[in-house]
Design a protein around this ligand. Structure first.
Ligand code: COA
Length: 300
């Protein structure tokens, strides 16, 4: 007998198994799955659906609603159906249930996976061809693509001491952010890069704080961070430099400081997600394009 209902937290391991056995290009841990669901500030269990056949979970879909740029956007953040239960309308039924809830909450458009500041991947990896066909059959339109780059950390020197010394002469001081900087930092983020606040807040949970900053005459003007999303995976970013200070090499120093942190943690690779300025990362740290993602949207 089939049944769609809300997920119970005690079933998380079953969902983890479902994802890991049926998403061949990804591998999740329980920590990562918890982060994608319960650590999302907009997590809503009403949008977290499980599909059972004879009491066995064979489908899962999680949605989230973000109030961004003056409107409500709904997202499919995760979806999976057991390989042996595909093409039976299971994902479609879960999506239709989600869409009804989105409409009730006045969501104006829906996107797939590219959920700002807490996402597993910034769009559909087109190798998941069934997922492309699925969303297109529901009326989603592809509006762009993006990529994750990777950096091999071994054999690269990320020392930035000499460049930092030169900047001191211009009253630009680069350092790791401390807890004392948190208030200034969050003000800078709110004024310049408001959407990134949750990721930056998460960086204060790493030890040491996984955030580096540049101050000009004492005022924060640039930052870069890591481990703000997909914890423990070497996830770089975001980073940003105030327009006043661009073109002085500050971004490259901040980037390298983060990569050195990730290397010191013992990781061999860093992921630079949802890029962005490919030439910048390729030039300074030999980053290469790794996974490509297609982005989809549907107006409700
Ligand atoms: C994408 C996915 C969730 C679809 O689940 P599903 O239950 O098989 O989908 P449905 O049966 O509800 O399909 C609804 C419609 O989508 C389209 N569709 C789904 N899979 C398709 C496929 N393999 N080829 C062509 N069209 C497909 C069809 O139009 C289908 O309707 P139809 O069967 O009446 O023609 C499933 O393939 C899956 O779990 N894939 C792996 C997870 C994944 O890709 N995640 C994305 C990571 S980036």
């Amino acid at each position: 007998m089939a049944d769609i209902r809300l997920l119970h937290e005690s079933e998380l391991n079953l969902v983890l198994e479902l994802c890991n056995q049926n998403m061949e290009y990804d591998s999740l841990t329980e920590t990562l799955l918890r982060e994608k669901l319960y650590d999302d500030p907009d997590f809503d269990n009403e949008l977290t659906l499980i599909y059972l056949e004879n009491n066995k979970p064979v489908g899962f879909m999680n949605g989230v609603i973000r109030n961004i740029r003056g409107g409500k956007t709904g997202f499919i953040k995760l979806m999976v159906v057991d390989k042996t239960w595909r093409r039976k309308g299971i994902a479609r039924k879960m999506y239709q249930a989600l869409e009804k809830k989105f409409k009730r909450q006045n969501v104006s458009k829906v996107r797939v996976y590219d959920v700002p500041f807490n996402y597993l991947m910034p769009g559909i990896d087109p190798r998941y061809t069934a997922a492309l066909s699925f969303v297109e059959s529901l009326g989603f339109k592809r509006f762009g693509d993006t990529a994750n780059m990777i950096v091999s950390l071994s054999g690269q020197d990320f020392n930035t001491e000499a460049q930092e010394k030169k900047l001191v002469k211009e009253n630009i001081i680069i350092s790791r952010a401390g807890y004392d900087d948190a208030e200034d930092m969050l003000t800078f983020i709110d004024e310049n890069f408001a959407l990134w606040r949750p990721e930056v807040e998460n960086m204060y949970n790493s030890i040491p704080v996984s955030l580096h900053i540049a101050r000009y005459n004492g005022i924060i003007k640039a930052f870069s961070g890591h481990n703000g999303n997909n914890f423990g995976t070497g996830w770089f970013g975001p980073m940003g430099t105030h327009p006043d200070l661009r073109g002085k090499g500050i971004g490259s120093i901040l980037l390298k400081r983060c990569l050195q942190d990730i290397k010191d943690w013992g990781l061999e690779l860093s992921v630079i997600p949802w890029v962005g300025p490919i030439r910048f990362y390729s030039h300074y740290v030999n980053a290469v394009v790794d996974r490509v993602f297609w982005r989809y949207e549907k107006n409700l």
